[in-house]
Design a protein around this ligand. Structure first.
Ligand code: G3I
Length: 377
């Protein structure tokens, strides 16, 4: 266990004086990150942001960037072919602007959470150009609406799925692929670049962080895809690494992850950690021990992520266990009845956890990086 891991776990166990660290690590996470040229932020939703003042105070204090957790997806934004509903996303973007926060956009093109009418039209006998417009019209409408107000877009979300059986590991069992093939990715990125040249454009993926055979298969397919996109001149600026981590289930190897990050940044791409949370399922019955373990996992992960100078954004997928998707009924692996995930920096009572200390310390330990300019990753 390296020095930081040891310190993180002993501090979190209350074994070390919380003097200097408490002072430094009480500094807002957005400040600790910004001091090193990194943005720290969180996903959010209007229900909590405008309905829970205690939660909103933590977001305002800690986050330098916001992303809509679910109200920026096509099912919410375009409930009918001729109707857009931007009210919720507009209110989050306005809140971010009022609080001097940057915004991530999530997401312009995803196989999931599309309105039923879109699937129907993709499967209809519409001509191919009309179906291509179904994609490009949405991307240009949404990216154009927020032109200059979104620092980073997840243009395409989760395009990799080796389980779909496609030789190159692409996610193919969906209507977008069935009609547009892999070129849907090219179309989405080119359209987004034209609609908002100021935004950094990302491809966002999960299950690429751990030292497991499945994550290795996804990393391999993803690196091949990124190589094809670069070769085709697709205007992609960065890779979004979701980082929905499961420390008790998936082995994490710092060297494996560091090597992967370098393979990505050697292509001239930057890195954003886009949906970071640490699922404590499978741990001991002692929540305090689970908190210490999650903090140690965060140290191990963020030390590597931030050691790469092309990592410029770290977003947690929520800031408090009070609103973690892992506990919600929308989780892919729902929590046992009544269980609450302890996956985020603040607990359900909005108190800081060892995980927050570990995130703070990772920013304190990180080397500063220059501001990002397109072309120089
Ligand atoms: O708030 C409404 C509620 O008013 C309504 O009664 C209820 C009925 O369906 O829906 C509620 O909204 C739900 C929302 O979460 C808020 O909880 C949506 O239905 C539900 O679809 C939505 O799930 C989100 C999911 O993406 C699909 O959009 C999760 O919150 C969100 O955490 C999850 O995030 C994804 C990323 O986009 C991509 N990476 C994986 C990540 C986790 O699955």
């Amino acid at each position: 266990m390296d020095r930081r891991l040891f310190l993180a776990s002993t501090l979190c166990a209350g074994l070390l004086p919380d003097t200097a660290w408490a002072a430094k690590t009480d500094t807002p996470l957005k400040k600790l990150a910004a001091d090193k040229g990194v943005r720290y932020g969180t996903s959010t939703g209007t229900h909590a942001l405008f309905g829970d003042p205690g939660y909103a105070a933590i977001v305002a204090q800690q986050a330098g960037m916001l992303v809509s957790e679910y109200q920026g997806k096509r099912a919410q934004l375009q409930p009918a072919p001729d109707r857009y509903d931007f009210a919720a996303l507009d209110s989050i973007v306005a809140y971010a602007q009022r609080h001097g926060m940057a915004m991530r956009g999530h997401t312009l093109c995803w196989y999931s959470t599309n309105p039923p009418w879109l699937d129907a039209q993709m499967k209809s006998d519409l001509a191919l150009p009309a179906k291509q417009k179904l994609l490009t019209d949405f991307v240009s409408t949404v990216a154009g609406r927020y032109r200059g107000r979104i620092a980073e877009w997840d243009v395409v979300n989760e395009p990799i799925e080796p389980g779909d059986g496609w030789p190159l590991g692409m996610r193919t069992r969906n209507n977008i692929w069935a009609v547009l093939t892999e070129r849907y990715i090219d179309m989405a990125f080119h359209t987004a670049r034209a609609a908002d040249p100021s935004a950094a454009l990302f491809l966002n993926e999960y299950g690429i962080e751990a030292a497991t055979p499945w994550n290795e298969r996804k990393r391999h397919a993803l690196l091949l895809l990124l190589g094809r996109l670069k070769q085709r001149g697709v205007p992609i600026d960065g890779l979004g690494i979701q980082a929905h981590l499961r420390p008790y289930k998936d082995k994490f190897d710092q060297q494996v992850f560091a090597t992967f990050l370098k393979q990505v940044t050697d292509m001239g791409l930057r890195i954003s950690i886009t949906e970071m949370d640490f699922s404590d399922r499978g741990g001991s019955n002692d929540p305090q021990q689970r908190d210490i373990d999650m903090a140690a996992a965060a140290t191990a992960f963020l030390d590597v992520a931030l050691d790469n100078p092309a990592t410029r954004t770290v977003m947690s997928w929520g800031v408090t266990d009070r609103y973690s998707w892992l506990t919600s009924r929308f989780a892919s692996d729902p929590w046992p009845k009544g269980g609450v995930a302890r996956a985020l920096p603040y607990d359900v009572n909005l108190k800081p956890k060892p995980l927050r200390t570990a995130i703070a310390q990772a920013f304190i330990d990180a080397a500063p990086r220059p501001r990002w300019r397109r072309g120089a990753a």
